[in-house]
Write a protein that binds this ligand. Structure first.
Ligand code: URP
Ligand code: ZN
Ligand code: ZN
Length: 458
């Protein structure tokens, strides 16, 4: 049975118009006025709604063994939360540690997600060690359709790679046409600064930021860019948090380095005073790179508005209160991460578009189109066009609400954005033509999501 959406206003990264959309068999087949449709077609009235392409979160953690524990979501809980928030595709970091086998890790992550996600998904494959065996396995993983790598310059001895491994990973990526995402912080400096602070008895969450200051991130960003420049590979800085790192990334872009930039919701909306709150509340706001001095936010927002920062992701990484308390005696033991997969679209619409910090098209671009283009999903995802997957978000701009752990669907007992107002929410969300969210409630099929296999693209 077909699906007709009528009465709404279509908004893509570069166009805005009133039209009807007809969906057949998972795909948008026609867009136009007064479409004639067969009897039995389901009709959805989108009067008063924006119709956006399904949003893509290019950086989430769902299954994640990290810092002596596991992130709290399952693919079922995270994907339902994602859909309620308007995200119809996420790209999860597949993160085997340095001591684990890359291929075994890749298969484990695939098994965890298989049949359990309500929305579509893909993986970035973490290269946490580089040797002959890893190289053979990475070639196989790319052949399987996972065409983006991830490296960590931080998290020494766990996920982190050294410069030699980074060089080899980038060289292979260049050969295979694979983009490399990178967490850019200097591992050695962090480790030295952490030890010095702990030795002075500075153990609380407020010392997390001073243990990885802005210069440590700027150095990592500049070094990654320089390695891209000298290997010719294409790269993507994840969760860039501060003005000095932004400067390093933009300088690299402007001299022709193939570098794209991501920032994430927490760095745009929260600042380091949240991690300076006493006790558990401070621990809830520990992530890496850390929440920064508020003065950085203006630089991030204007770079997002200008498209110099390409994408806005969440870095969704839920650890609950009990897990955060693992770090009660030392900030170095607080599991790093802040949840947000459900909140990105409404918060960016409210605090970005409605506050005049970015226009509606850049909003769609940063949260959907640009991630699709960078990671080999466009035009199947990231736009509204005949032939694209019918992933659609009918967004109600008149809705008013407040984010709270009491009402969210993320499997976590706190929200990083507790008490934040939202002006608008996804009312109806479709995944390949099937209505998964209606009236702001999940009504869909939990196992609908598919692994998106991608072709090399750079
Ligand atoms: O604090 C964070 N960001 N936790 C998740 C792991 C990472 O670095 O992305
Ligand atoms: Zn990271
Ligand atoms: Zn992350």
């Amino acid at each position: 049975m077909g699906l007709l959406i009528r009465g709404g206003e279509v908004v893509t990264s570069d166009a805005r118009y009133r039209a009807e959309i007809y969906v057949e068999d998972q795909t948008i087949t026609r867009i136009g006025a007064d479409l004639s449709v067969p009897p039995g077609t389901e009709i959805i009235d989108a009067t008063g709604k924006w119709i956006f392409p399904g949003f893509i979160d290019p950086h989430v953690h769902i299954y994640l063994p990290f810092m002596a524990t596991f992130a709290k979501d399952t693919h079922e809980t995270a994907s339902v939360a994602a859909l309620l928030g308007g995200t119809t595709t996420f790209i999860e970091m597949c993160c085997p540690s340095r001591t684990e086998d890359a291929f075994a890790g890749y298969n484990l992550w695939k098994e965890k997600a298989d049949g359990r996600s309500a929305c579509d998904y893909a993986f970035h494959m973490t290269v946490s060690r580089f040797d002959q065996n890893t190289e053979t396995q990475l070639r196989e993983i790319v052949r399987d359709g996972t065409t983006s790598f991830k490296i960590f310059l931080s998290y020494k001895n766990f996920f982190g790679v050294d410069d030699s491994e980074m060089f080899q990973a980038l060289t292979l990526a260049k050969e295979l046409g694979v983009i490399v995402a990178a967490h850019c912080e200097n591992a050695e400096l962090i480790s030295r600064l952490q030890q010095a602070l702990l030795a002075e008895g500075k153990t609380g969450p407020e010392w997390h930021e001073p243990s990885r200051p802005e210069s440590v991130e700027a150095e990592g960003t500049a070094r990654f860019a320089s390695f891209l420049e000298n290997t010719g590979a294409s790269g993507y800085v994840v969760h860039l948090s501060c003005a000095p790192a932004l400067k390093a990334a933009i300088e690299a872009k402007s001299r022709g380095v193939r570098l794209s930039i991501e920032c994430v919701l927490p760095h745009l909306l929260l600042d380091k005073t949240a991690a300076e709150r006493a006790g558990l509340e401070g621990m809830q706001h520990v992530m890496s790179p850390p929440l920064r001095d508020k003065r950085n936010q203006a630089a991030l927002w204007s770079a997002v508005a200008a498209g110099l920062i390409d994408t806005v992701a969440t870095d969704h990484c839920p650890f609950d209160n009990e897990q955060k308390l693992l770090g009660r005696d030392a900030f170095t033991l607080i599991p790093n991460g802040i949840p947000g997969i459900e909140d990105r679209v409404s918060l960016m619409y409210t605090h970005g578009v409605n506050r005049g910090r970015m226009d509606l098209h850049r909003f769609v671009d940063a949260l959907s189109t640009r991630p699709a283009k960078l990671f080999g999903l466009f035009p199947r995802k990231g736009t509204i066009a005949a032939g694209s997957d019918a992933d659609l978000v009918l967004f109600d701009p008149t809705y008013r609400g407040t984010i709270s752990a009491r009402t969210h669907h993320i499997n976590n007992d706190y929200s990083g954005f507790e008490g934040f107002a939202v002006e608008g929410r996804p009312a109806v969300v479709t995944v390949r033509g099937k209505v998964q969210v209606r009236d702001g409630s999940f009504v869909g099929e939990k196992g609908r999501g598919q692994l998106l296999r991608r072709a090399p693209m750079c």
